[in-house]
Design a protein around this ligand. Structure first.
Ligand SMILES: [Cu+2]
Length: 341
């Protein structure tokens, strides 16, 4: 409840600040942030934008805190352990600006998740109620949808401050089962199972052929989900810089730091002694990522307004609560198309 009051207060604060000044960014390839940043830009009145994002992510190897662990050591305490996880996501977005100061955004996605696991053979004979040796699990489906209002809070010719007022809807399943009929572990579920507040502030500026920006965002689950657990609060901050090379191409880089909490509560059918991925208290962590990115924009002609973008992210530092898989890389490809109604 506390977090929803906080969220309402933030909303009112942003609305109060919203009515200050006018106008819009020039069209250049780096007038959008690196593609991994969501809710980085508003649109002019009656502008519409459609977007598609493909994201791939890989996690490999186990780590506790900042220390790498061997699979065999983790299996001394658990019957199975994940060794690798992959995710692919197709994201679809639409933006519409009813006013120069307000842009509305909706996002939906479809995910494919896959986890490889190693089982221990060290337990007593005959007790094979679970898979042993190497095996795999997968799940796929719609993830959590997001709605967002972007408010132009403050605007100077080369600097814009946006307020991000977002909410995440529990459209992703949290009752995915494996081939054996047992519930899949927490990271293999497709959503959080709860409504979440998703507020933020974004600063975006230009200086000659350079552009820069920064975004602070939080994710605050409102309630415990139907499987009796609740995702932890997450906070992230990112800062980017980009260089416009010409009318249609820019190169950029950014750093981003994310802190996310453990799960509270516990799924009644996930035995925490089974696998590290079944431990609700081993879900949180902190990570600092470096990303390199490029934006391409068609400035004129038949395809004017179309954009392609790519971003590659790799962690520089990660500190995980308990034993978890390490993130090794993430890749995002995006297409965006904006036009005037
Ligand atoms: Cu847009």
């Amino acid at each position: 409840m506390k977090s929803s009051y906080l969220y309402l207060t933030c909303c009112l604060f942003f609305y109060a600040l919203a009515w200050t000044s006018a106008d819009s960014p020039k069209s250049r390839p780096d007038s959008h942030a690196p593609i991994g940043v969501m809710g980085d830009h508003g649109h002019k009145s009656r502008e519409v934008m459609f977007s598609y994002r493909f994201m791939a992510m890989d996690m490999q190897g186990l780590q506790s805190g900042t220390t790498s662990l061997e699979t065999t050591d983790v299996l001394k305490g658990f019957m199975v352990t994940p060794t690798q996880m992959g995710m692919q996501m197709h994201g679809f977005g639409a933006m519409f600006a009813p006013h120069d100061k307000l842009t509305l955004m909706a996002m939906a996605n479809y995910q494919f998740l896959r986890m490889e696991m190693e089982g221990a053979h060290l337990h007593k004979e005959g007790d094979h109620g679970h898979p042993v040796g190497h095996h795999e699990m997968s799940s796929s489906g719609v993830g959590d949808a997001k709605l967002e209002g972007l408010l132009k809070l403050w605007k100077k010719p080369n600097l814009t401050l946006l307020g991000n007022i977002g909410v995440s809807l529990p459209t992703g399943s949290i009752s995915k089962n494996g081939a054996d009929g047992n519930p899949l572990p927490y990271p293999m579920q497709l959503g959080s199972g709860a409504f979440e507040a998703w507020p933020g502030v974004t600063l975006f500026g230009y200086h000659g052929n350079w552009s820069y920006g920064s975004q602070l965002r939080g994710t605050f689950p409102w309630h415990t989900n139907s499987q009796e657990y609740r995702h932890g609060t997450a906070v992230s901050v990112t800062t980017w810089g980009a260089r416009r090379l010409n009318d249609w191409l820019s190169l950029g880089g950014r750093l981003f730091f994310t802190h996310w909490g453990n799960i509270t509560g516990i799924h009644p059918e996930l035995n925490p002694h089974m696998s590290p991925s079944h431990r609700p208290d081993w879900r949180g962590g902190q990570r600092l990522d470096l990303a390199i990115s490029s934006n391409l924009m068609v400035p004129m002609g038949t395809f004017a307004g179309q954009r392609l973008a790519v971003e590659f992210q790799m962690p520089l530092y990660q500190n995980l609560n308990g034993t978890q898989l390490k993130t090794t890389w993430r890749l995002i490809l995006g297409w965006q198309y904006a036009f005037h109604l």
